[in-house]
Design a protein around this ligand. Structure first.
Ligand code: AMP
Length: 340
C-alpha cells in the first residue's frame, strides 16, 4: 500500500499532491480529454487513461488499482452508482456505506437529525409548499438544476422545464426544502478513527452562478432572472471565534451519529453544509461524507489547520497521513472499506 490513486477531477490535484508530500506514489485515472491538463503536474507518477471514469469497475482498470488506496470524491459519486462503488474491488479510503446515506436525501436527513443538528423543513409534496423553498435534484450535482419555488404554480413551471429537458421524469425525483435566509457556510472536518479525534481543517463559502451575481444588477431587472445555484468556485472564510465551540460540538455529534447508524462510522474527511441565520444559528441543509472541493482552497493549509499542525496540512495530505499512520501501526482495517 504505497500508492494513492484517485479520479482526475474535483480535488485530484490536492489529493495527489498531499500523497506525494507524505511519500506515496501517485496514480491518476484520467479521462482522455483531460490528459493534457494533468500531464502538467509532476507529482502525478502514473496515469491510467480511460474514456469514462466508470471504467474503473472493469477488471482491466481495477487490476491496475488494486495495489493502491483509492480516494473517493464528488466526481466519483456523480459518475458511478453507489452499487457500482460498493462492488469495486479496490482498497477504498473511508466508509462506503456513508455514501449511500449521502446519496439519499431522506436517509441524509435521518442522520442529521440523529446528530441533533437543526435542519430546514422538507416537504413531501409540492402541494404542501407554503413558503420559499429550494427544489433539489438527488445526488451530488453541485447545485445544478436547483430552483426556487413559493407555491404549486411556481414549482410546476420549473418542473415542466426540467422534464422537457429530460433531466427528470416525475416530481418524486425532486427534494423540496425550505429556503433558509442567511450566510451559507461549509465546515470541512476530518475524523480519525485511529486516534478518535475530530479536526476542523477549513471553512469556505461558495460562489454560485447566478445567485451570487443578482445583486450586481439593478433591482428592477432582478425579477426577470431565475436564481440558479451552480457552483463555480469557492471562497475562504473564517468564522467569529465565538462560533467555533459549537462548530466542533456539531462535528462531534455528527461523528457519534455515524457510529450509531452507519457502522463503523465516519472515516476521514466530511463536510457539514448549512446557513447561519440572523441569530447566528447554524441550519444544516446537507452533509458530504467525503472530501469536498472547497478544501482545494487550502493546499497550503488553512487558518484552522495551522492551529493544529506546524506544517501545511491540506485535507488531501491529511488523508495520506492517516493512511501512513494506519500502515505503520497495522491499522489499515480501521480506515479502508474492502469487499473482497
Ligand atoms: P448543495 O449542492 O445542496 O450544497 O447546495 C448548493 C447551494 O444551494 C448552496 O451553496 C446554497 O447556496 C444553496 N442552498 C442549498 N440548500 C439551501 C437551503 N435549504 N436554504 C438556502 N440555501 C440553500
Amino acid at each position: 500500500m504505497n500508492t494513492i490513486s484517485t479520479l482526475g477531477s474535483h480535488c485530484a490535484l490536492q489529493v495527489l499532491k498531499g500523497a506525494k508530500d507524505e511519500g506515496f506514489k501517485t496514480k491518476l485515472v484520467c479521462e482522455k480529454k483531460r490528459v493534457e491538463l494533468y500531464k502538467r503536474f509532476r507529482f502525478i507518477d502514473e496515469m491510467i487513461i480511460v474514456d469514462r471514469f466508470n471504467e474503473i469497475k472493469e477488471k482491466k482498470v481495477s487490476d491496475e488499482l488494486v495495489e493502491s488506496v483509492l480516494i473517493p470524491h464528488g466526481t466519483m459519486i456523480s459518475s458511478m452508482s453507489k452499487e457500482e462503488i460498493d462492488r469495486l474491488e479496490i482498497p477504498f479510503f473511508g466508509n462506503k456505506k456513508i455514501l449511500y446515506w449521502e446519496a439519499d436525501r431522506r436517509l441524509k436527513n435521518e442522520l442529521l437529525k440523529s446528530a441533533n443538528l437543526t435542519i430546514p423543513k422538507s416537504f413531501d409534496s409540492y402541494e404542501e409548499i407554503d413558503r420559499l423553498v429550494l427544489v433539489k435534484l438527488h445526488g451530488a450535482a453541485g447545485g445544478k438544476g436547483y430552483f426556487l419555488a413559493w407555491d404549486k404554480e411556481s414549482f410546476m413551471n420549473n418542473f415542466r422545464v426540467l422534464k422537457e429537458k429530460g433531466v427528470i421524469n416525475n416530481e418524486n425525483e425532486l427534494f423540496i426544502q425550505e429556503y433558509v435566509v442567511g450566510v451559507p457556510v461549509y465546515l470541512q472536518y476530518f475524523y480519525s478513527p485511529i486516534n478518535n479525534e475530530l479536526e476542523l481543517l477549513g471553512i469556505d463559502k461558495r460562489y454560485e452562478s447566478n445567485v451570487d451575481s443578482i445583486g450586481r444588477i439593478p433591482a428592477r431587472y432582478q425579477d426577470i432572472i431565475s436564481a440558479s445555484y451552480n457552483v463555480i468556485g469557492n471562497q475562504p472564510l473564517v468564522l467569529r471565534e465565538s462560533l467555533l465551540d459549537e462548530v466542533y460540538k456539531m462535528g462531534d455529534r455528527f461523528v457519534n451519529a455515524c457510529k450509531r447508524l452507519v457502522e463503523p462510522g465516519m472515516i476521514g474527511p466530511f463536510c457539514l453544509e448549512g446557513v447561519y441565520d440572523e441569530d447566528a444559528n447554524f441550519i444544516t441543509f446537507e452533509f458530504s461524507g467525503r472530501i469536498v472541493a472547497g478544501t482545494n482552497l487550502y493546499i497550503q493549509g488553512s487558518p484552522y489547520s495551522t492551529l493544529l499542525y506546524n506544517e501545511p496540512m491540506s485535507t488531501g495530505r491529511r488523508i495520506a497521513r492517516e493512511i501512513k499512520i494506519a500502515r505503520e501501526n497495522d491499522k489499515l482495517d480501521l480506515i479502508l472499506s474492502k469487499n473482497f
